[in-house]
Design a protein around this ligand. Sequence first.
Ligand SMILES: [Zn+2]
Length: 288
Amino acid sequence: MDIGFTRNKSFEEPQHLKEYLSTFPVLNAYIGSVYKDRLLPKDRYYDAITIHNTDWVGRDLIFDLDLDEYDPVRTCDCTGREVCEICWAFMQDAANIMDETFAVDFGFKKRVWVYTGGRGYHCWILDEDTFDLDQNQRTAIVEYMQLIHDPKGVQKIDDPGDFANLLVKRIYRKIGRKYIMETPIKRLEEEAGFTKNSIEKARSRLKNSELVADIVDSIPRGKENQFLKTVILNHYPRIDHKVTIDIRRLIRMPGSIHAGTGNISEYVNPISFNPAFDAKNIYDVIGE
Ligand SMILES: [Zn+2]
């Protein structure tokens, strides 16, 4: 079997891509942007047409989440490419926050979440008016949401602003409450300045409330900032901004196989999906 990359293939119609892939099955399939001209190899009379010398027309707006970005805060034994049902909760929480931010703060309507077959999700925004956003516009969108920088190194956290901020309210609702309810008591004391007493009171109050005001009131006085930063550090989305910004970058094709795991990359509900139970493996599907 030949193992290698075939690059610079272009197709005018989705049907042509489908026919190509049925004729030449591949281990991994990546797709990129729409360009003005079909790409062509160099021949005797013409220079090659590549993605670097034809006009860029557009690309879906795409966001990338990978679990290896969470290595500093994962509490299971996974590192790098490994995933398990426990650490996948980071992906679910991240998608939960991002999807609402896309819908409410940006008004994006067609949002498709894709399990990559490996260690994360891609979110594709398919609204027509986002298709030709340039790199600067894509950078502005991802920077609005990105609060953790250099996640594998210094883990600097941006000041997310005050309680009036949409994003901050969302952090309290989507991950702040969960952090208070589910984090082991010892960690709550060490990381966020809680006492045993304040944890008990907070948990009984928040059992029946998801109000931001109640969540904020449950935090020990003067520890609000420490709390917010701890929640962000431990549970806020860690977006790989390069994937969103680089408009010439290739992205794994939804529906294709992730050759590393054999799992099928597929459309999912990112909040309920967990690959530990739900991933479909190609070898199970076709029978080895
Ligand atoms: Zn894990």
